[in-house]
Every structure is written in C-alpha cells, then in structure tokens.
Design a protein around this ligand. Structure first.
Ligand SMILES: [Zn+2]
Length: 271
C-alpha cells in the first residue's frame, strides 16, 4: 500500500480509493462523472491525487466534448504534428499564448472559437497563409521545418488529385481571395466574447500557477484554503470553468493577493 501526505491531518497516511459520482461545473454546465477519489484512512478526508483527478477530468471533458463536438487532445496534437511544429511554435502561429496548446494537448478544454481555429488549421492552405502572415513569430529553424512539411503535404495532395480525376477538380479561389477570406474568418473569431474569454482564462490560470509556485502552495493546500475539494482546484487550474468574479476573489484571497480588474481601451492594447 502506497502512503501519501494527507493535507488535512498532515501525516503520511494510507488511503483507500473509492468511486463515487462527483459533479463539476464545466463551462457553465453541470457534468457528473464516476470519480475515483483517494480517502485518508486516518481522518477520512479526500486527498487530491494528481493521476486520479486527471482521469476524472478527462472523463468530464470527454462528455463535454461529445456534447459540443470539440476536437480531442489527440486530434489537436495530430493537427500540430502534421506541420512538424512544437506546441509553443504552433500556438504562436495561431496567435495564441505560449502555453495554450500545451494545455489543450494535456487535456484541458478548448473554447468553441479555438476549436474552430484548429479545424481551420487542419487545412495546409490555411497554415501556409498563417505562415506567410506570421513568419516573424517563428524562428528560422521552425520556419524551415514548417515549409518542408507544407511542401510534403501539398506534394501528397497533388498525388491524390492526380490519381483521382484531375480534370474534374475545380481549382479553388486564388491565393489572394483565399487569404482575405481567411483573415476575415480569423478576425471574426477574435472578435467573439468566447475568444476573449479564452484569453482571459489563460491569463488567470497562468497567474494562479505562478502565485502558487511563489508561495510553495500545492493544489491540496490551496483547496483547503478555499474550502473546496482538490479536484475542484484542478478544474480551476485547467481553465475549464468560466471564473466568476466571486471565484476570482476567493482565489485571490487564498493566494494572499488583491484582485485587480482593469478595462483597457483597444488602442492601448499591446499587439
Ligand atoms: Zn488525513
């Protein structure tokens, strides 16, 4: 039997793993899953065990993904690796924060608008246009890698078209038409509240993780401070919750911080 530190009674203790239904708020929806939870044999409280919580959230997010037809972490990874880019580079290409894609691939839930952007990026033509537009966001090595993957993909595509009946294939819009259409689609995604919410959630979860690290505070300890289960803290850190102002205030207090909310006019916003 493995032992672990119980944050409630502060002892190295044995624990039982029990299965019970647990309900989480995921993007404003209540989702109930059969969660496996470690329970301290000494004091009877829940102990947050990373691997058990991960499995619980994978199950909860899978239900949400199925309801809303969202890409799975595996599908997201497959789209990225198709272009030979790392998580950070691909996120930059899409104009996202450095850790956004890493979060998604490790199981966090993407917003509907980021999901749409990823589906657009399934098409190598989209990625080629993004590359031309955002070349400065990538290193020369990353650019070279991306170019060679794109060339390979279009060579494969031409092979497929040649084998089918090439004469029946209608050529798409010209590169220019395609680009302005794409720019419009991406711009319209960026203008949705959903997209902005996702950016704000990224900021909250990154700031939270940073402050937890600065205080040397684990998930279980933060949960105790906030009076919630460790699994709920995991849910918050994964950014699957639309943080209410109340939740933000509670997090700030538990992390010994003041919450500052600001409205910055567009023209002052850094690019
Ligand atoms: Zn205990």
């Amino acid at each position: 039997m493995h032992k672990t530190l119980c944050p409630e009674c502060m002892q190295m203790t044995e624990y039982d793993v029990v299965e019970r239904p647990d309900t989480f708020e995921v993007r404003g929806e209540q989702i109930t899953v059969d969660a496996r939870v470690a329970v301290c044999r000494t004091c009877g409280e829940d102990i947050g065990l990373g691997e058990l919580d991960d499995a619980t959230f994978r199950a909860a997010y899978a239900i949400y993904r199925a309801r809303h037809d969202l890409l799975s972490p595996e599908q997201i990874k497959a789209i990225r690796t198709k272009y030979g880019l790392g998580q950070k580079a691909f996120a930059r290409l899409l104009g996202w924060g450095d850790v956004t894609l890493a979060r998604y691939e490790s199981g966090s839930l993407q917003s509907a608008s980021h999901d749409q952007a990823l589906r657009l990026a399934e098409d190598p033509d989209t990625v080629r246009k993004l590359m031309e537009r955002n070349a400065s966001r990538l290193s020369p090595t990353q650019l070279a890698e991306l170019r060679s993957h794109l060339d390979q993909l279009s060579a494969d595509q031409e092979g497929i078209l040649a084998r089918e009946d090439a004469s029946s294939y209608e050529t798409g819009p010209s590169a220019d038409d395609g680009y302005s259409e794409l720019r419009q689609r991406i711009a319209s995604l960026r203008d949705t509240a959903d997209y902005r919410t996702e950016e704000a959630i990224d900021l909250v979860t990154e700031t939270m993780a940073k402050q937890m690290q600065a205080l040397g505070l684990g998930r279980s300890e933060l949960a105790t401070r906030m009076g919630v289960s460790p699994a709920q803290v995991t849910n918050l850190l994964r950014g699957s919750n639309n943080f209410t102002v109340r939740t933000l205030s509670e997090i700030a207090m538990a992390l010994e911080c003041d919450l500052v909310i600001d409205l910055v006019p567009h023209e002052d916003r850094p690019e």
